[in-house]
Design a protein around this ligand. Structure first.
Ligand SMILES: Cc1ncc(COP(=O)(O)O)c(C=O)c1O
Length: 331
């Protein structure tokens, strides 16, 4: 029995139960991966740097040939409204993650044979409780993550630019499967065609060497919102920062290394392939300074919040929502 109100998803201007916020099997998003997306989270129920995520999704749409017919302000307003509408579904103390998925819409030659309300780009905004992912994120943050450099490479910017946050992500998924096969629960770390480190499958990567924070050059990576915030924090703390080529040697001989993303904020790396990073104590000194600076910025101690949210899974287990198998005709 559902004891929780149903989460609502925004679909092209309407709010429908989450289980109905899907896409047609004839959508370019499914057929070609012509979907752009964003993943944002709240701190104290306020979305962190939503303006940056909205700016990025509009840039991604421009690159991918998608015109969603909305302005950035309208998409922002719809996002805030989606959060508000779903507040009654959230456990006390929890936060929302916010998914934007925008597809190119129905394949042109099929559209006239399908219901009119299915045509055009599909604009989906969904929220989900942050706590659902916290047990494993929190555990890895405490223990220090293992990372595996995969044979699967990033796509170079001249083929499909990783600065575009898009759903043609098969190569990321293959990298994750490969990493899990080599070392269960490890995080895949990708390289570019020259063997320089790029990023994780859903996070950026940085190292610390001799007191300096070093990021891969921003050409073949997604320019993460979290990465941007951490660079600003480093600058405010007078931690020297550079963007440079990082090869495997640089990474395994670094003093500290971490992944960073909306989901992790900071995920310290303890082991890379078979090598201990630094003295194996995570988080290292500069990583800790950056993590503290981030907590100060968002006015939430994100590490201890992770611990506090690990107990909430049971609360949501009682609200599992049954999929509506007629979804495609209902919208
Ligand atoms: C490939 C990739 N790199 C980096 C990031 C981190 O970006 P952000 O900090 O904006 O979440 C993500 C986030 O999903 C990602 O998918």
């Amino acid at each position: 029995m559902n004891s929780q109100p149903t989460r609502l998803g925004y679909v092209n201007g309407s709010y429908v139960p989450e289980t109905q916020s899907g896409v047609s099997v004839f959508d370019y998003g499914l057929l070609y991966g012509q979907t752009v997306f964003e993943y944002t989270r709240t701190f104290n129920l306020k979305p962190f740097r939503l303006d940056k995520h909205i700016e990025r999704i509009f840039n991604s749409m421009k690159y991918s040939g998608i015109d969603c017919g909305m302005s950035p302000d309208e998409l922002t307003k719809a996002t805030l409204e989606t959060i508000d509408k779903n507040l009654p579904t959230l456990a006390d103390g929890d936060e929302f993650t916010i998914w934007h998925n925008i597809t190119a819409g129905l394949r042109d030659d099929y559209a006239q044979f399908l219901p009119e309300n299915m045509s055009g780009p599909r604009i989906l905004i969904n929220v989900f409780p942050l706590s659902i992912t916290r047990p494993w994120v929190w555990q890895q943050q405490q223990e220090g993550a293992s990372a595996v450099i995969t044979r699967q490479r990033s796509t170079p910017a001249q083929l499909l630019d990783p600065k575009v946050k898009n759903r043609s992500r098969l190569y990321y998924r293959i990298a994750e499967i490969e990493a899990a096969r080599i070392k269960p629960a490890s995080i895949a770390l990708l390289t570019d065609e020259d063997g320089y480190i790029t990023e994780g499958t859903s996070s950026n990567f940085m190292i610390v060497k001799d007191g300096q924070l070093i990021s891969p050059r921003p050409k073949n990576i997604l320019r993460g919102v979290t990465r941007g915030a951490l660079i600003e924090i480093a600058q405010s703390l007078d931690i020297p920062f550079i963007e440079d080529d990082i090869d495997k040697y640089d990474a395994i001989t670094a003093d500290e290394a971490f992944f960073c993303s909306t989901s992790y904020i900071i995920m310290p790396v303890k082991i890379l392939d078979d090598h201990m990073i630094g003295d194996g104590q995570t988080p290292g000194g500069i990583t800790t300074q950056l993590a503290d600076g981030f907590s100060e910025l968002v006015e939430v101690d994100f590490m201890s919040q992770g611990r506090e949210l690990t107990g909430l899974a049971e609360f949501y287990a009682s609200s599992v929502q049954t999929p509506d198998l007629n979804m495609a005709t209902n919208v």
